[in-house]
Design a protein around this ligand. Sequence first.
Ligand code: G6P
Length: 613
Amino acid sequence: MCGIVGYVGRKKACGVLIEGLKRLEYRGYDSAGICVQYDGSLAMEKCPGRIVGLEQRIASSQPIHAGRVGIAHTRWATHGEPSERNAHPHTDGSDRIALVHNGIIENYVTIKKYLEDKGHVFKSETDSEVLAHLVGEFYDDGGGPLEAAVQAALAEVSGTYGIAVICADEPGKIVAARKGSPLIIGVGKDEYVIASDASAIIEHTANVVYLSDNEMAVITTEGCRTTTLDNVPVSKEIEQVEWSLEQIAKNGYADFMLKEIFEQPEVVRTSLRGRLDLRDMRVTLGGLANVARQLVSTHKLILTACGTAWHAGLVGEYLFESLARIPTEVEYASEFRYRNPIVEEGTVVMAISQSGETADTLAALREAKEKGALALGIVNAVGSTIARESDSGVYLHAGPEIGVASTKAFTCQLVVETLMALMLGRRRFMSQTEMEGYLRALAQIPDQISTVLEQSDYIREIALRHVERENWLFLGRGYNYPVALEGALKLKEISYIHAEGLPAAEMKHGPIALIHDGMPVVFVAPRCPTYDKIISNIEEVRARKGRVIAVATEGDEHIRRYADDVVYVPACPPPLQPMLTVIPLQLLAYHAAVARGCNVDKPRNLAKSVTVE
Ligand code: G6P
C-alpha cells in the first residue's frame, strides 16, 4: 500500500527520499512522487509507474537535488487511476503547501464541494488533494504556522490518515500526523527521517518514535515536537528498531519471496528460542505472563485476521480445540468488525497479523476491546499499531517480511499458536508425557523444514509440468485443510493461476464438476487419522483423469500408486504437520510464478500491508 518518506536534516534530501521509496516498493504501488523545499519554493515531480521512472524525471532538476527538506510517496490507487495528476504529493490552491497522504478521507466529497464553492480548483480525482487544499484554506485564513493549519484541517476530516506536509513559506519544517495509518520518525544525528514503515529508516538510524493515533509532530533540524491533534504536548519515548539492513536485502536470492521461504528453518528456530524449554519440558511465553490466568480459564477464543494470517487462524482453531480444549472460532477481521459480534464476558480475542497494521484486523481488535474482551496480538512487526494496542501478545520474531506473499510469517504464526496451545493445554488437561512428546517433535521442526527445502528443484520440475494449466484445486483434511487454502492462495496471488482450496470431502459437493483431463489437484495428505479418507478422495480425482500432486509423509510408498507426483515431508504429529506441509506448496507457487514470468515480489494489484478498508 501507499508509502511515505520525509527528510529533514543536513544531507541533500533527494537521495534519502528516493532510497526510502525504494525500500517501500515491496508494499505495492503504482505511481510515485517527490517534493523538496528549495530557495523559498517547492520543487516537485511525480509520475505513474516505477521509482526508476521518477529518478529519470528528476535527473536534471537542480532544485530537487539541492534541497535538504522534502517529502515523497508511493501511491496504491484508491480514488482515481494511477496517473501523474493523481500521484502524491498534492498541493493546495497556491502551490505553496505540499502533502503526502496514506489512508482514506471519507468525507472528501463534502469538503471538496465546500472548497469548490470557495473557488478552489482541483487537478486530481483523489481524496488526498482535498486535504491539501483544506490545509491551504486554513493557512490562508490564519497565516500559519503550518501545524495550526494542519490541526484545523484534520479537525474537519473523518477517515484515516498518515500525512507529511511541507510549506514553501516555512523552510526547514515537516508537519506529520496520524490516525489509523502508521508513521514512524527516525531520530538521527541532526536529522530526521519520517516513514510509514521502518524499512525506509533503518539505513539511517535504529532510534525511532512511533506516532500514535491522533498525534502529530513538528519536525525541524532543531528538534521534534509531538502533540495531540488538539495541541496538547505529548512526550514520546525513543525506541529501538531491531531489524538490520542485511535482513531487508536479498542476500543473493533471486527474489525476497525465495529468500524468505529459505529463511524458514532459521526464523522458526528464532521463534522457538527461549520459549520452548526442553530442559524443564515446558513453554514460556513472556508476553502472556500477565494474562495467563485469564487465558487458561477462558471459555471462548476468537481468532481474527485477514489473508494468509486468517489461514494461520484456521490452523489455530484446530490447535486450540484439540490441544487445549478451548472452544475456538475464526473470523475474517473485516466481518468481525462490522457484524456486531457477541463477545461474552471472559472471551479472548486474538488478532493475527504480520504487519500489525492491517486496517480490518486493527479495527477488529478495537471492536473486541470495546466489547470488553481480553485482546491479544500475534504480530511480526515490532512496535506496530496492533502490537501496541493489544492488551498482551506474542511477537513472531520472523524478521522483516518483504515479499508480498506471506511465507515465513505464516510458519511463525503456526509456531506461536502451537506454543500457546501447548502451554494452555498443559495447564488444562494435557498430561506431562503428552506435552513432552509434542515439545520434542516441535524442536525437530526447523531441521525438518530444511529437509523439505532440499527438494526445491524437484518441486520446480512438478510446477513446470503443470504450469500451463489455468485451474488448480488444493485439498486437505483436518490440520491440512487450512494448508490447502494457503497453497491455493499462494498460487493465485503470485502466478495468477486460478486456484481453489477446499476440505477434501467438500470436493464431492460441487467442485468435482470441474475435474477433467489433466487438471492439477494438489492433495495435502500426510499420515494422519483421516489418511484413508483422503486416499479415497484421490481415487475420485483420478477416476476423472485429474493429475494428482500429493504431499505425503516420508516412507509412504502406498500413495505412489495413486499420485502422479509425490513430495515427501518428514513425519511429525498431526498438529505440527502444517509447518512442514505448507513448504512444498510455497515452493510450487513460487516456481510456477517464475516459470510464467511473474514478478513474485510485486504481484499485480496486491499490497503487502493493506491499510485501507
Ligand atoms: C495482504 C497481504 C497478505 C497478508 C494480508 C494480511 O493481503 O498481501 O499476504 O496475509 O494482507 O496481512 P497481515 O499483515 O495482517 O498479516
